[in-house]
Design a binder for this molecule. Structure first.
Ligand SMILES: Nc1ncnc2c1ncn2[C@@H]1O[C@H](COP(=O)(O)OP(=O)(O)OP(=O)(O)O)[C@@H](O)[C@H]1O
Ligand SMILES: Cc1cn([C@H]2C[C@H](O)[C@@H](COP(=O)(O)O)O2)c(=O)[nH]c1=O
Length: 201
């Protein structure tokens, strides 16, 4: 069985910046690696991603769509890869749903727990890297770089609640979460990630 590593954080925290570094670090060990993302990761999931990131909808519709994308992602990509011994890294997974739809939008965590139990009762990431930054730092990074999607246009109270839920989950599941202070330089963060991975191999 392979290992499953997830990347999490509020928009602009910097998680995508470090995926190539982690990918290279793992591949250097001769390990087969599958790199993916959510929502998305499959042709159907990418169509759902477009809808989730750009259409307004009821918060529970949003949660159901991200879990639908995840079900397909698990069936088509994650589970077969892990079963053949490959490692999988995913830019976001279920912690994002708890943080964004639960924390940010205020959806019942009990309903999200039920969806998680339905969609992946057995599977949890082996390691979750949570990139944590104050909201103003994340916002400044996003404003400097790109056109903002539906979530990125949310106000600071949404991201404050999202970040709080992430940190709550990190405290709840300390065995798999590693919280990275993402205000550090990219080089410092990579050093920290390398130490985390060295301990994990
Ligand atoms: N530690 C850092 N110091 C300075 N700038 C950074 C740092 N990390 C990332 N950035 C810059 O911030 C911007 C956003 O980074 P990135 O796209 O990795 O964020 P993200 O958390 O993946 O966002 P999203 O979830 O919205 O995709 C990029 O321009 C990136 O170069
Ligand atoms: C998996 C997942 C994602 N989201 C949100 C979080 C982000 O704003 C976008 C994905 O964009 P990224 O820049 O590629 O990280 O989708 C969500 O609200 N719920 C989820 O479960």
């Amino acid at each position: 069985m392979g290992k499953f590593i997830t990347f999490e954080g509020i928009d602009g925290a910097g998680k995508s910046t470090h995926i190539a570094f982690v990918s290279d670090y793992i591949k250097q060990r001769g390990i087969e690696l599958v790199s993916s993302r959510e929502p998305g990761g499959t042709p159907l999931g990418e169509k759902l991603r477009e809808i989730v990131l750009h259409e307004k909808m009821h918060l529970e519709t949003e949660a159901l769509l991200v879990f639908a994308s995840r079900r397909e992602h698990l069936a088509q990509v994650i589970e077969p890869a892990l079963a053949r011994g490959a490692w999988v890294i995913s830019d976001r997974f279920t912690d994002s749903t708890f943080a964004y739809q639960g924390g940010g939008r205020g959806m019942s965590l009990a309903k999200l727990d039920a969806l998680e139990q339905w969609v992946h009762p057995e599977l949890q990431p082996d390691l979750t890297l949570l990139f944590d930054v104050p909201l103003d730092v994340a916002r400044a990074r996003l404003d400097a770089t790109r056109e903002l999607d539906k979530f990125e246009q949310e106000q600071s109270d949404f991201f404050a609640a999202t970040r709080t839920e992430y940190l709550r989950r990190a405290a709840e599941f300390p065995q798999r979460f590693r919280v990275i202070d993402s205000t550090q330089s990219i080089a410092e963060i990579q050093q920290q990630i390398a130490a985390i991975l060295d301990a994990f191999f």
